[in-house]
Write a protein that binds this ligand. Structure first.
Ligand code: ZN
Length: 272
């Protein structure tokens, strides 16, 4: 399940997504017309009104048009409204005429929403209707067909996730999940995403940082220790953190420092 990234140019941030955002959940919409997801996204990105949303989904593809760590104006609850400032806006296409195209768009949306819930560690209680924020009857066709029915579709998708599937998350730190900018089942895609955002790293599902462009530590690198414990669990004394060391060996998540013959975690090192 690929969420295609077709992000808005940053000179439109002021109009379409002026605030950074730590998302709290997902707000569901129907487009109320019959355009494709690609057309919805390009129209939203190029018109001159502020209305915006993060993701459009049709029967063929799901496209991310606004970065998930920025707000979008989709919930109709004002400049400081919870929907507009903290919810990921998802538009389901083809709702005007309905039929198979809409049914399949909804199915695809259920998969994408389940993927987002999984990424953020959320449940279906993190999903809202546009109506919850502003009273507008949206997502109109999804509501006509049954809101609980749609939530059940998402729950089914969530249940289908194989927990052993590795998911590579792109975050600044493992502990703080909210500014996460992506999660990928293919490591190369996660690395590409991290390369575009050098302050972010790639973490595996155990929370171990396995890659960061600006922290590309290799054997021979000069490093400083920023963590609090050796990989053996013993506390790292402060004086150790004052010096610069040479990397002499790297396993998948641990590094041997030559001068003190000690193993530390890769995530606890920075280039000196
Ligand atoms: Zn709406």
């Amino acid at each position: 399940m690929a969420l295609i990234q077709r992000l808005i140019s940053s000179d439109k941030y002021r109009l379409k997504c002026p605030y950074s955002m730590s998302p709290r959940g997902i707000c569901i919409h129907n487009t109320a017309n019959d355009a494709t997801a690609a057309n919805e996204i390009s129209y939203m990105q190029t018109n001159s009104n502020s209305t915006s949303f993060h993701i459009a989904v049709d029967n063929n593809e799901a496209i991310l048009g606004i970065p998930i760590n920025r707000n979008a104006w989709h919930a109709g609850d004002g400049g400081s409204g919870e929907g507009n400032r903290y919810y990921i806006g998802v538009e389901i296409c083809y709702s005007k005429s309905g039929g198979d195209k809409f049914t399949n768009s909804e199915k695809r949306a259920a998969k994408e929403v389940a993927a987002l819930l999984k990424q953020y560690g959320w449940t279906i209680t993190n999903i809202r209707r546009h109506q919850d924020f502003s009273g507008k009857y949206c997502p109109h066709r999804t509501l006509d067909l049954g809101w609980q029915r749609f939530l059940n579709m998402i729950q089914t998708e969530l249940n289908n996730y194989n927990d052993t599937t590795e998911l590579y998350r792109v975050r600044k730190t493992w502990e703080d999940a909210t500014p996460q900018i992506g999660a990928f089942s293919v490591l190369e895609n996660a690395k590409k995403c991290a390369d575009e955002n050098p302050e972010y790293g790639v973490f595996n599902s155990k929370g171990i940082k396995i890659y960061q462009l600006s922290n590309n530590i290799v054997v021979g690198s000069k490093v400083k220790v920023i963590g609090s414990n050796y990989s053996t669990g013993e506390t790292i004394p402060n004086w150790v953190k004052q010096s610069i060391y040479t990397v002499s060996q790297i396993t998948d998540n641990r590094v041997l420092l030559k001068e003190i013959s000690s193993w530390v975690y890769l995530k606890d090192l920075v280039l000196a």
